[in-house]
Write a protein that binds this ligand. Structure first.
Ligand SMILES: Nc1ncnc2c1ncn2[C@@H]1O[C@H](COP(=O)(O)OP(=O)(O)O)[C@@H](O)[C@H]1O
Ligand SMILES: [Mg+2]
Length: 335
């Protein structure tokens, strides 16, 4: 298979004067075929940006090998560079005093794009992200959302084979995030010979955009699979919350005896309505029918029912043993 990216046992150690060597990447391996949006999901300090910087030839791996579009990132970096684009969140990149239009033009010329093609593409992409009317604004006058839309345009105009998006929606307002996500998805969908590597610490973003997601933590890949697979792997039970007009513990016991679902039922109270709520952790999905029939037989009327779908958040919790927020507080400060 012809891969856009191959990464084989890559490590990266940072040495800082006066402190122990820091292992930011501890041997990661993954491959990404063309036509895919591949997600790197992990908390701050996980090693996402370090990986992107190595693939974008801005940083050398300490050991291991990586290729981008078939070229070795270390040996053939000069061949890799014209084929890639890099858009980072948080970056205040470029030259603030230039206008949106001037800055994009300048980048297109760095890449040696023909004048006509550059002008046409800049206009088309600026219109697409809704920034054409803002083309004469100075870069340093833009909101984060506007700036990230321009940065995305900058990443797209050169039509890279591999586009790296490092937290492209970090700190961006909801509306701009939606625009950015749509454009990224359409861009890949229309080009089977292109690929996007996206890092994010927004679970929902990875879930929505990526065909595959690597969960990274402390320099290691803990899982690499389709989001649906990551969620499936969690547990085989199906969870329901059922709010009823009335139900008490005696009835739940009777219900348990009749259906044989005793160990799978918990009675609590619906926080919103204060009505009794039955939580069912079912081994077999089909048992939900049995349970509902038994409930109405017991004289309870069902008011509200919700199936709890597992999230990538649960997948992360399951793999790492704690939540994202807990992790973030532990990332060491960089000087
Ligand atoms: N140039 C550097 N010097 C020293 N440590 C670094 C350097 N760059 C990154 N690190 C450390 O490596 C770890 C991974 O960083 P990074 O790849 O930026 O994580 P992420 O992008 O997942 O938040 C962090 O703990 C960070 O402090
Ligand atoms: Mg980062």
């Amino acid at each position: 298979m012809d891969y856009a990216i191959t990464v084989d046992q890559v490590t990266r150690v940072f040495t800082r004067r006066g402190s122990e060597p820091f292992h930011a990447l501890r041997g990661i391996s993954f491959d990404v075929p063309y036509g895919e949006i591949f997600g790197f999901l992990g908390p701050n300090g996980a090693g996402k940006t370090t990986t992107i910087r190595i693939l974008a030839t801005l940083l050398l791996p300490t050991s291991g090998r990586a290729t981008v579009a078939g070229y070795d990132v270390e040996r053939d970096f000069a061949a890799v560079r014209p084929l890639i684009g890099l858009v980072s969140g948080g970056e205040t990149s470029g030259y603030g005093i230039l206008t949106v239009e001037e800055q994009l033009w300048m980048f297109s010329q760095f890449y040696g794009m023909p004048t006509r093609e550059a002008r046409d593409k800049i206009e088309a992409y600026l219109r697409l992200v809704g920034m054409w009317d803002s083309r004469r604004l100075q870069m340093n006058r833009l909101s984060t959302g506007m700036r990230q839309k321009v940065n995305l345009v900058r990443g797209l105009v050169t039509d890279p084979k591999v586009l790296f998006l490092d937290e492209p929606t970090l700190g961006v307002d909801v509306e701009a995030s939606v625009v950015i996500r749509h454009i990224v998805r359409d861009w890949v969908a229309a080009r089977a010979d292109r690929c996007v590597i996206l890092t994010t610490h927004y679970m929902a973003e990875a879930d929505e955009l990526c065909s595959r997601v690597a969960i990274v933590n402390r320099g290691l890949i803990l899982a690499n699979a389709a989001p649906s697979q990551l969620k499936q792997g969690l547990d085989s039970k199906v969870h329901y919350e059922i709010t009823l007009d009335r139900l008490d513990s005696t009835r739940v016991q009777q219900l348990a005896a009749r259906t044989g679902l005793g160990s799978e039922l918990t009675l609590t109270t619906d926080k919103v309505t204060n009505k009794p709520m039955l939580i069912a952790h079912l081994q077999h999905e089909a048992d939900i029918g049995v349970l509902i029939a038994a409930l109405s037989g017991a004289g309870s009327t069902l008011e509200y029912m919700r199936k709890l779908e597992p999230s990538l958040e649960d997948a992360f919790l399951n793999l790492v043993g704690r939540t994202f927020e807990d992790e973030e507080e532990e990332s060491p400060a960089v000087s």
